[in-house]
Design a protein around this ligand. Structure first.
Ligand code: NAP
Ligand code: MG
Length: 402
């Protein structure tokens, strides 16, 4: 029986090897079972260039309108890509553009399979990282200080009024200085995105900062998280049997590697940058990491955390059947379909997504996997499959549960 949809998904196509796999996943693993309804946006580099990047903003507005999107990996243009694709201009990273329009937070969640053990042996459940993507050191002002003198922080109110001024340091010699900022609204949006995502995923939330040292700056983060939780989420968390936990960042790191996982770790920008790479590498393969962008009002975009797998694409263009792992792309689709099912009251759609995820895990756990996992799995499989063989192997198992 084919599964029908009500509202379309926003489907955002992309570049290189992931674009090849995008079609493979749809054709072999979704279209045979689902009457797929999507609103399609082509964010391939040439299409972005042809539309002066308008298509990127349009796709983001479509996600706001329809509530759920699924995105393929896209090339972020640079000089090399400009020459390769004969571009008119360089454009910002599509993910940054979409994130800004959705005011969203990115959550990265590893796909766990029993044959790939995390390097932290006590981890039993995934640790999801939510990274605040505004401000701090990423939007700082830095100054090289040539010699002795006073460094100050000065605030001049936009509407006039008294200036505020404090001394950062009376420098005794040459050195460096740095000024950072953040915005209450951005921190509040971040906190809301974290709590809403965690409720949906039924995960407790950890947030950590260094408010004992940074009483005003990190202290503000702590206060806002607490206020959003108490004012908007405490009851729903209690009803779901979930908790919010604040601790110092060093304590959070120490606990994370001693515990069994299974929580959302809301991180300040820099902590998230560092910790997401630590979690990704400790969990296995980049190809097994999913990424979800969630806006404060619960609008969601799903994608794989990896890029367009450029080197595999060049080999595919020469005729090679590459062993590129489509698991994270498949999970981007299942995440989006499940969310669509939940919002539209279509349990059949959500159930399909769960069965497809189950089929991917089962395929890998029964020893059929792509090369990136074959090198990590124990027991190691006799051979690695190419992407097409892998998709067929998943399709056979999915057919078995329908
Ligand atoms: P990448 O595409 O993530 O690939 C880096 C390496 O990781 C690959 O060469 C491959 O290693 C391995 N890998 C990643 N995904 C894999 C998969 N599904 N299966 C098997 N192996 C996988 O990063 P990149 O090559 O640095 O970036 C390529 C392009 O992607 C860039 O133009 C960048 O702008 C873009 N990008 C886009 C996004 C996004 O849209 N979200 C994110 C990151 C990068 P081996 O070669 O050793 O097999
Ligand atoms: Mg990083």
């Amino acid at each position: 029986m084919r599964i029908t949809m009500k509202t379309p998904l926003v489907e955002i196509d992309g570049d290189e090897m992931t674009r090849v796999l995008w079609n493979l996943v749809k054709e072999k693993l979704i279209l045979p079972w689902v009457d797929l309804k999507t609103e399609y946006y082509d964010l391939s580099l040439s299409s972005r260039d042809a539309t002066n990047d308008e298509v990127t903003a349009e796709s983001a507005r479509a996600i706001l309108r329809l509530g759920v999107g699924v995105k393929c990996a896209t090339i972020t243009s640079n000089e090399a890509r400009k020459a390769e694709y004969g571009l008119k201009a360089l454009h910002p990273s599509p993910n940054a553009t979409i994130r800004a329009i959705l005011d969203g937070t990115v959550f990265r969640k590893p796909i766990r399979v029993s044959c790939v053990k995390p390097s932290v042996s006590v981890w039993k459940k995934p640790i999801v990282i939510g990274r605040h993507a505004y401000g701090d050191v990423y939007k700082n002002a830095e100054l090289a200080i040539p010699g002795p003198g006073k460094v100050e922080l000065v605030y001049t109110p936009a509407g006039g009024g008294a200036e505020q001024r404090i001394t950062v340091a009376d420098m005794k010699g040459a050195g460096v200085a740095q000024g950072m900022h953040n915005l209450d609204d951005s921190i509040r949006s971040f906190a809301r995105s974290c709590f809403s995502y965690a409720l949906g995923e039924k995960l407790p939330v950890w947030f950590a900062a260094k408010d004992t040292i940074s009483k005003t700056y990190d202290g503000r983060f702590k206060e806002i998280f607490n206020a959003v939780y108490e004012g908007e989420f405490r009851d729903r968390f209690a009803a779901a049997g979930l908790q919010y936990f604040y601790t110092l960042i060093d304590d959070a790191v120490a606990r994370a590697v001693k515990g069994e996982g299974g929580f959302l770790w809301a991180c300040k920008n820099y902590d998230g940058d560092v910790m997401s790479d630590m979690i990704a590498s400790a969990s296995g393969s980049l190809a097994m990491m999913t990424s979800v962008l969630v806006s404060p009002n619960g609008v969601t975009e799903y994608e794989a955390a990896h890029g367009t797998v450029q080197q595999h694409y060049y080999r595919w263009k020469k005729g090679e059947k590459t062993s590129t792992n489509p698991a994270a792309l498949i999970f981007a689709w299942t995440g989006a379909l499940a969310r669509r099912g939940e919002l539209d009251g279509l349990p059949g759609l959500a159930a399909f997504a769960e069965k497809l995820e189950g089929a991917v895990r089962q395929t890998i756990e029964e020893g059929e996997m792509t090369g990136d996992l074959a090198g990590l799995a124990s027991p190691a499989p006799a051979k690695a499959l190419d992407s097409w063989e892998f998709a067929d192997a998943v399709g056979r198992r999915l057919a078995g549960v329908f």
